[in-house]
Ligand binder design. Structure first.
Ligand code: ADP
Length: 244
C-alpha cells in the first residue's frame, strides 16, 4: 500500500486554498491573516518603537521580538493555554526565517514586536504564521529586501506532498509512521532558503526533491502575497530588484 491519492483529493504539488486578508487588526502598525485551508494564522506588528528597558537596546539595529502561539480551541483537543517548549521553538525559527530580509539597521535602539496567533490549526501552522508575518511586516512599512514565503512539504508514504494536513502528518502503514514533515521558507529574489526543519526521516536524495518542490510552491505563494500587497498599493515598499 502506498499513498496514491491525497485524503482531500488535492494534487501532490497543490496547496490548500490560500486566503489572505490585510489589515485585520486596525490598532497594530501592520497586520495580516493567512490561511492554508483550515489552518489560519493572524500576525500583528507593533513598532518600531524605542526599546524599554534601555539595557536591551541595540544601538546598531532594531530588535525583532517574535511570539507564536495557538489559541486553546484552535485544535480539536483543547490546548493548554500559555507558552510551551513548542511555541518557544516555533517563535525562534520564525524569527530566524524572517530576519535575513529585514533592514533592522534602519531603526537603532528600537524594538519591533511580531505576534503570531494560530486561530485554527490543521498542521503547517508555522508556515502559515511566516506567510502572515511577512505580510504584516510589509504592511507596517518595515523596509525589507524580499518577501518571505513558506510551505510544509511532506514525504508521506514515499510521496512528496505540498502543504500537509494533520491527517497526512499522522499517516501510517501497518502501524508504522510513514510521514516526514519538512517545513521550508524562501526569500525568492535571491532564492535563499531561510527555514528548513525536519520532523521524521528522509534520504538525502529525497530531501533535494523536497526542497525543489517546496521552492516551486513558495514561488506561487509569493505571487499571492505580492498580489495582496499590490491590492493595497504597497508593493512599492519593496526596493527595486537588484541585478542577480
Ligand atoms: P506545524 O503546525 O507547524 O506543522 P507541528 O508539526 O508541531 O507544527 O504541529 C502539527 C499540528 O499538530 C498542528 O498544526 C496542530 O494541528 C497539531 N497540534 C500541535 N500542538 C497541539 C496541541 N497541543 N494539541 C492539539 N493539537 C496540536
Amino acid at each position: 500500500m502506498t499513498y496514491e491519492k491525497r485524503y482531500d483529493g488535492r494534487d501532490f504539488d497543490e496547496t490548500r486554498k490560500v486566503e489572505i486578508k490585510m489589515g485585520v487588526i486596525p490598532r497594530a502598525n501592520g497586520s495580516a491573516m493567512f490561511s492554508f485551508g483550515n489552518t489560519k494564522a493572524i500576525a500583528a506588528v507593533y513598532g518600531p518603537r524605542l526599546m524599554h528597558p534601555q539595557h536591551l537596546q541595540n544601538p546598531e539595529k532594531a530588535v525583532l521580538r517574535c511570539s507564536y502561539d495557538m489559541l486553546s480551541f484552535s485544535v480539536t483537543e483543547r490546548k493548554k493555554p500559555g507558552p510551551s517548549r513548542r511555541s518557544s521553538e516555533i517563535s525562534h525559527v520564525i524569527m530566524n526565517a524572517l530576519t535575513p530580509v529585514l533592514q533592522l539597521e534602519n531603526f537603532p535602539n528600537a524594538v519591533i514586536d511580531l505576534e503570531i496567533e494560530i486561530i485554527q490549526a490543521d498542521a503547517s501552522t508555522r508556515c502559515a504564521g511566516i506567510n502572515a508575518a511577512a505580510l504584516a511586516l510589509a504592511h507596517a512599512g518595515i523596509p525589507m529586501t524580499d518577501l518571505i514565503s513558506a510551505v510544509s512539504v511532506g514525504n508521506i508514504g514515499n510521496k512528496i506532498c505540498i502543504d500537509i494536513t494533520k491527517e497526512e502528518e499522522d499517516y501510517e502503514e501497518d502501524g508504522e509512521k510513514l510521514a516526514t514533515d519538512i517545513p521550508v521558507a524562501f526569500a525568492p529574489r535571491k532564492n535563499r532558503l531561510t527555514l528548513l526543519q525536519l520532523d521524521g526521516k528522509v534520504k538525502p536524495e529525497v530531501l533535494k526533491k523536497v526542497i525543489e518542490a517546496g521552492n516551486k510552491a513558495c514561488m506561487k505563494i509569493n505571487e499571492a502575497q505580492k498580489k495582496a500587497l499590490r491590492d493595497l498599493k504597497m508593493e512599492t515598499e519593496l526596493p527595486e530588484e537588484e541585478e542577480k
